[in-house]
Design a protein around this ligand. Structure first.
Ligand code: IPE
Ligand code: IPE
Ligand code: MG
Length: 264
């Protein structure tokens, strides 16, 4: 299996921390093109150590940085991470404020490095309820990295799968009402392109950390045929090695898409 994914170079699985020795190691065969991650468990990780939930979120942000780098080194084309859901506004105001400030300062601090590493950043989700400063930073990051040819990083903030689908329905309904398109033209391809993830391929591998076995409203349309991978590991403890394990697991599965497998 390692040979299949990593060309027999198990030892070269990147950790994300070893910048100088990094090299793109993987070939395309068996690799997921698009990986989605529900970065869950920051609070439980912190609680287990007797620390504040905020400390858990800070540790989670550091993990994100390592995993983006690792996924990029592994040759993943698109990584979509769930940072804040449309439901997370229900949390105590102090935690919501902390998270929004963390996103803002993370972006400010990390954008230069991500840009230098050719990451293309895009934010998916509703653009309301954010401060002007954060909105500007999001747009600046998207514009600045738009031409980058490396890994595409979608960060889901104020994101809900049902909300995204409804916004796409509204857009298409308005276009139909304006006479730009006829309703029968609304097929799966057009609908996919109208979602926030627009031209991205569908999700191949959907990972959720921290043990809960649910989707929590993440990428509902895009994950129609995703392979699911659940791990007990809390997000702050998630490593490049575990990402590689998830990919290995993925590569060993038989994806039939409703058809029959090659052996049948
Ligand atoms: C994920 O960790 C981060 C966000 C939802 C913003 P949680 O904060 O949900 O951590 P748990 O699930 O309470 O452990
Ligand atoms: C999903 O985690 C959202 C993010 C990771 C941002 P939650 O912790 O909000 O999900 P539930 O509440 O356990 O379903
Ligand atoms: Mg959670």
């Amino acid at each position: 299996m390692w040979r299949k994914i990593f060309g027999g170079k198990e030892a070269s699985v990147p950790t994300g921390d070893d910048l100088p020795s990094r090299s793109p190691v993987l070939c395309g065969d068996g690799l997921p093109r698009h990986i989605a991650v529900v970065m869950d468990g920051n609070g439980r990780w912190a609680q287990a150590q007797g620390r504040s939930r905020s400390a858990g979120h800070e540790a989670g942000a550091r993990t994100l940085k390592r995993i983006v780098r690792a996924a990029s080194d592994m040759g993943i084309e698109v990584l979509t991470v769930y940072a804040f859901s449309t439901e997370n506004w229900k949390r105590p105001q102090l935690e919501v404020d902390f998270l929004l400030n963390l996103f803002d300062s993370f972006l400010q601090k990390e954008i230069d490095e991500m840009h230098a590493e050719h990451v293309r950043i895009r934010f998916i989700g509703r653009r309301d309820r954010f401060t002007d400063r954060f909105l500007r930073r999001m747009t600046d990051a998207e514009v600045r990295t738009a031409e980058n040819t490396g890994i595409r990083l979608n960060v889901a903030v104020n994101y809900g799968g049902q909300d995204e689908i409804l916004r796409a329905v509204q857009t298409l309904a308005a276009r139909a009402a304006a006479g730009e398109i006829a309703p029968p033209e609304i097929d799966e391809a057009l609908f996919s392109r109208t979602l926030d993830t627009a031209d991205d391929p569908p999700v191949d591998l959907f990972i959720r950390t921290s043990g809960d076995l649910r989707l929590s409203n993440f990428l509902l349309w895009q994950s129609a045929y995703a392979e699911l991978y659940f791990t007990e590991t809390h997000w702050p403890d998630f490593t490049a090695e575990e990402l590689a394990r998830a990919i290995t697991d993925f590569a060993g599965r038989s994806r039939r898409f409703g058809g029959l497998s090659e052996e049948d």
